[in-house]
Each structure stands twice: as C-alpha cells, then as structure tokens.
Design a protein around this ligand. Structure first.
Ligand code: FAD
Ligand code: N01
Length: 567
C-alpha cells in the first residue's frame, strides 16, 4: 500500500465517523422521534447532539416543585408506536415532570436511541458549506462534524430568561431559575422565599412552595387568568377505556385545531345573555383544563365572546380570595383571556389565603434591583433566603439564535431574522439550504398540544429527507417568494386575532430588544398540517431542489431540478 493510499484510507475512516446524513440538535420529544424515523425507518446515518446529560428536553430541565403537564397525559405522548402506547401507563390526568421524563427515558430505551445521542455537548455553530453542500456543526468541546441535513430540535421554550434586574449574582442566599432547576431536592423549610413571575410556571410553583416556606412573597407584574386543572389519578378502568378508544382519540387530536382531542363546544357567545353564557361555561369550568378555553370557537377573534369568558374567570378569582383588596390585585384586566399562554392551576388562588403568603404588585412598585439580601422595589427592601425566578424564556427563537447559524454567503440566521422570523411553513429558511426547524417559528408549535405538532413536523422532515436521498437530490431550499408569502400570511392570520393586543412572549415582548412579531402560526394544527402535506405532494411547492451533487462545487450558480415558485 502506498503512503498516499494509507493517508486516504485514514481520512476516509475519519470522515466516516464524523459525517452523517443528518445531525439533529436536541434530545427532547422532537429529537428522539427524529432519530428513530431517520435511523430506524429510513436507514440513514444520524447523530443527535444534546447539551444535557440525558434525554427529556423540557422535562429534563424544568424540575421545579409542581412542574406538571397541562395537556392531558393520554395525548401528551407519541402516537406513532402501538407498543409504546400499549405498554406505557399514565398515573394522572396531567402527569408530573418526573413521570414525563420517565416516559421519554422509556421511549429512548425501547427504541435503543441513546447509542446515537452525544450527551453533554452543546452545538455552538452550524455553518453551511456551499461548495460541498454540507453543514459543518461545531460543539462546545471544539470538535466538528458534518452532515447533509441540519435539523434543529432545540425546543421553543428552552432558553431560560432572567430580566436584567441588576445585582442578580450579588444575592447572598440561594437562587434558581425554574427552567434550570437543580437535580437535588431544594428545601424551603422555614425560609423566606421570593417568587418572581406569575406565568404558567409561577402558578404551578407558588402553591407547592407556600406550605413549606416560612414566608412566601410573590412578585407579580401581570395578573393571569388561571383555570382549574382538576387533576385526578387515573385508575385501571380509565386506562382501559382510553386504550380501547386510542385510535379514535388520537385521530381527533391530530385532526383538530389545537392538537387536543376536543374542539370548541359552541360557536360564539355573541348575542347571548349573561345567564345563557354562564350556563354554557359552567360545565366546561367543572371539566377543567383547556376544555374551558375551548367553550366558544371565536374566543380569540371576538372581543365580546372573550370578555364573557374572561369575566367568568375574574368572578371566580374574587370568590376564592378572602381579602377583597388582594383578590382585586390578582384579577387580570389589561389583556384578553388566552392572549397570553393560558395557565391551569391547582390551589393557586387559594394559596393567597394563607397567612404566610404575600403579594407585591411590581407595576405599582417596580423591582429596582436584586440586593445581597433580597429584592429592592421602589417602595421597600425585602430580605430573603431564596429567590425563585419564574420569569420564563427567550421563547421561539432564543435557543435557535444562541447557535451561530450561517447559511449561504455567510448570512447569519440572526441577521436574517433581525426584524422577526421569516420562514417557509415554519420549517425552513431561504438562504439556509437543507436546514429544518422542528416546531420552528411560524408553525403551530406552542399554540397546540405539542407532541401532535412535533409528530407532524418530524414525519414531514424525515419523509422529505428520505425522498431527496432516494432521488439523489442534494439540496432543498425554500424560495424567497414562498418565504415572503408565508411570513405575510402568518402576520395576517395573527393580526386577525386578539393575540397581538397583549404583551406576551408569543409577541417577543418579554425580552427587551426583541422584534415585536406574533411568532407561532395560529391558523390551526389541522389546516397547517394539510398545507405542509400539500406542498410535499406538489413536489415541494415553494422549494427549489438542486439537480445533482456534481453541481455543488459551482457556487453561486446552483442548477435547479424544479423551481415551483421563482424568486
Ligand atoms: P425541548 O423539550 O425543549 O428539547 C430541546 C432540547 O434541545 C433540550 O434538551 C436542550 O437541552 C437541547 N438543546 C438546545 N440547544 C442546544 C444546543 N445548542 N446544543 C445541544 N443541545 C441543545 N407543551 C404541551 O403541549 N403541553 C404541556 O402541558 C406543556 N407543558 C410544558 C411545561 C413546561 C414547564 C414547559 C417549559 C413547556 C411545556 N410544554 C408543554 C412545551 C414543551 O416544551 C413541549 O411540549 C415539548 O416538550 C418540546 O419538546 P422539544 O423536543 O421540541 O424541545
Ligand atoms: O414564563 P412566562 P413561564 N419584572 O413568560 C414575569 C410553558 N409552560 O415559565 O406577564 C417582573 O409565561 C412575567 O410578567 P408579565 C407555557 O407555554 C407550560 O411561566 O410579562 N416580572 C410573567 O408573570 C408557558 O407559557 C406549563 O408581566 C417579570 C412571568 O415572569 C411557558 O412555558 C408550565 C419580569 C413569566 O411568565 C413559559 O411560562 C410552565 C420583570 N422584569 C410553563 N419579566 C404547563 O403546561 C417577566 N416577568 C403546565
């Protein structure tokens, strides 16, 4: 063997280890299913890179007391595998964080996924090499791998956000963000605890911490509309009933507007009397959960309907909180119900009847800074042993943009999205060929029961990749025309609703400097799913497909196999 040949085979061996058909970032619901589809169903080489030391995503990181799902357990799961559906038993209507995490571990083991996941590695950059038509992925340990396809499964709510209060690190007690909760138990026993934030997370953590803490002070900026979850244990009879009807239940969820197996019970509250509306709301309130939100189909488009539904919740808050002045502080008046993510609760409002719980309205007296001893507002200095930041996430785009993603001509995704996300179908971005985003901006994602949307995306992306590989089509990229049209459609649908009137993370409002754009697609899971399937059926309408690998070296003049919509 000549020296040259030896060198060549060494390079080939090296390349074989570091070059893949697809690199997937993230091992939550999305990344796990992607790995299974691409590897086990389609025989492709796949590497999943995950910064945590285990699978689970959201359910790995959010271990705060009270962390629990508010989708119902029997539909907050994968539907693609009958064995998994049959073998796994949920214990409650809404599973707690450890149970969802255990479920995802069970799936990973059942499908033997771990062997192709690199844990404790964070993707720091993904750069598209135009000459070779491959993505170069670099991780925090400095190593690099390449792949034909780069798929982000990094999640919509995975970059914790702490407002720039100033002094956060100076605090001498213990402090935690709920989205990065320690694995060891945290004791609040007898302690003076602050919780900042009353979103879905704050509303779950507050009732859990209050009974244990010596004193709990809640810092609230915007009162929220929390609806009773009405959680309960499931027994064998419930589970048998669910499993007997699983096909029908899942079919309903996958063909619904929100990915839940129920739709709005009534069209509108408009024109009805107070009494008539209450009669329709009451049974849904008793059922609890998102069934209440889906009492009327025009909740988020019709202010009249929304006002009825909001008022009903306001009255329940006033009824529950003993101190009328405090009750009034907990009543939301500045936004319509469900235009910020609607939380479910168990004993949230009741918790404010406890003697050891206090509320600070930070609209009246804003937080000035965190001090070594606690929290300083414009009105007072509060001393604490522990501060819990339930202040949410740099949602939808934050985790994606944390990676330095560069497409054609070195264009960064951050530059491309400086005025807000622009995508085609919430799945792909012009100038970023062979890149896909699972539950990306401008797809239904967070406006749905997410496993349903995740399955739709994973199936679409994996089938697309498989089809391109089979046809020896090396590049797929959405046209600018298609991207502009989808972005405009997204904007129009968003603006036809009440969502855009509220300050919310859906609009990017929670993170200073973020462009104010309604980010998820609100046209409905069913409508959206039909749209992406139709684009694929029409030989990837709105995308350009490059003809052959031989043409990849000719940068700047990529020949096209099919141009469905020109730029
Ligand atoms: P994630 O679960 O967020 O997983 C993304 C993974 O990517 C993470 O493990 C992260 O570590 C990894 N990652 C990110 N960046 C990098 C990088 N650069 N390098 C390497 N790894 C990286 N949805 C519902 O539908 N119903 C619910 O009831 C519900 N409850 C929720 C409760 C909480 C507390 C939160 C925060 C979210 C909830 N969600 C709920 C939304 C939830 O995020 C989704 O349902 C789902 O878990 C998302 O899965 P995913 O795999 O897409 O993303
Ligand atoms: O975060 P959030 P979250 N000063 O952004 C307040 C999912 N989730 O972690 O409303 C003072 O909603 C902020 O106030 P305001 C779900 O999709 C699901 O609670 O902006 N306060 C708000 O009260 C959810 O929507 C589940 O005025 C400040 C809070 O912090 C998403 O995750 C459970 C502030 C942040 O609320 C995020 O929820 C939990 C400041 N400077 C989470 N900045 C379930 O499904 C922010 N706040 C059960």
């Amino acid at each position: 063997m000549s020296e040259n040949n030896t060198h060549e085979s060494a390079v080939t061996a090296e390349t074989a280890e570091t070059d893949y058909d697809a690199i997937v970032v993230g091992a939550g619901f999305s990344g796990l299913y992607l790995l299974h589809r691409l590897r086990d169903e389609f025989g492709l080489s796949v590497k999943v890179i995950e910064k945590a030391d285990d699978v689970g995503g959201t359910w790995y990181w959010n271990r705060y007391p009270g962390a629990r799902c508010d989708s119902e357990s029997h539909v907050y799961c994968y539907s693609f595998n009958d064995e998994i559906l049959e073998e796994w038993d949920w214990s409650e209507r809404y599973p707690e964080q450890p149970e969802v995490l255990e479920y995802l571990r069970f799936v990973a083991d059942h499908l033997d996924l771990r062997r192709d996941i690199d844990f404790e590695r964070e993707v720091t950059s993904a750069v598209f090499d135009e000459a070779g038509g491959r993505w170069e992925i670099t991780t925090d340990d400095g190593s690099q791998e390449t792949a034909r396809y780069f798929v982000s499964a990094v999640g919509c709510l995975s970059k914790p956000f702490i407002p720039d209060f100033g002094g956060v690190d100076s605090f001498e007690g213990d402090w935690y963000h709920t989205g990065k909760w320690p694995h060891e138990p945290v004791s609040f026993s007898g302690k003076r605890v602050a919780i900042i934030g009353t979103g879905a997370t704050g509303i779950q953590v507050i009732p859990e911490v209050a009974p244990e803490a010596g004193e709990l002070t809640v810092f609230q900026r915007t009162p929220n509309y929390a609806v009773p979850a009405r959680n309960r244990p499931l027994d064998d009879k419930d589970r048998e009933e669910i499993k007997r009807n699983y096909d029908e239940i899942l079919e309903k969820a996958h063909n619904s507007g929100f990915g839940h197996p129920f739709e709005a019970a009534h069209e509108t509250a408009e024109g009805l009397s107070n009494e008539e509306v209450e009669e329709l709301l009451q049974p849904r309130w008793e059922e609890g959960g998102f069934r209440y939100m889906l009492t009327f189909g025009d909740l988020i488009t019709n202010p009249e309907t929304n006002e009825y539904v909001s008022d009903f919740i306001r009255d329940r808050i006033r009824e529950t909180v003993n101190d009328p002045e405090l009750g009034e502080k907990l009543v939301p008046t500045d936004h319509y119900y469900a235009t910020k993510r609607p939380p479910l609760h168990t004993n949230y409002y009741e918790t404010f009847n406890r003697d050891n719980v206090d509320l600070v309205d930070v609209r009246e007296t804003p937080i000035e800074r965190i001090t070594p001893e606690g929290v300083r507002t414009t009105d007072a200095d509060y001393e604490f042993d522990t501060i819990i930041y339930a202040t949410g996430f740099d949602a939808m785009t934050g985790t994606l943009l944390q990676m330095d993603i560069r497409g054609r001509d070195g264009l960064t995704l951050e530059e491309k999205w400086s005025d807000g996300p622009k995508t085609y179908l919430g799945l792909s971005v012009h100038s970023f060929p062979n890149m896909f985003t699972i539950t990306g901006p401008q797809s239904p994602s967070v406006l749905s029961n997410m496993p349903v949307s995740i399955e739709h995306h994973v199936e679409w992306v994996s089938e697309t990749i498989k089809s391109l590989v089979d046809r020896d089509v090396p590049l797929i990229e959405p046209t600018k025309t298609a991207e502009d049209a989808w972005t405009e459609h997204n904007r129009q649908v968003g603006e036809s609703t009440l969502y855009t009137e509220a300050d919310s993370w859906y609009m990017g409002d929670n993170v200073p400097g973020k462009p104010r754009v309604f980010t998820p697609y609100v046209g409905g899971v069913d409508v959206y799913h039909d749209t992406i399937l139709e684009a694929a059926e029409k030989d990837y309408e709105g995308f350009e497909l490059t003809e052959s690998t031989q043409d990849l070296g000719r940068q700047g003049e990529q020949p096209r196999l099919s141009v469905m919509e020109g730029d």
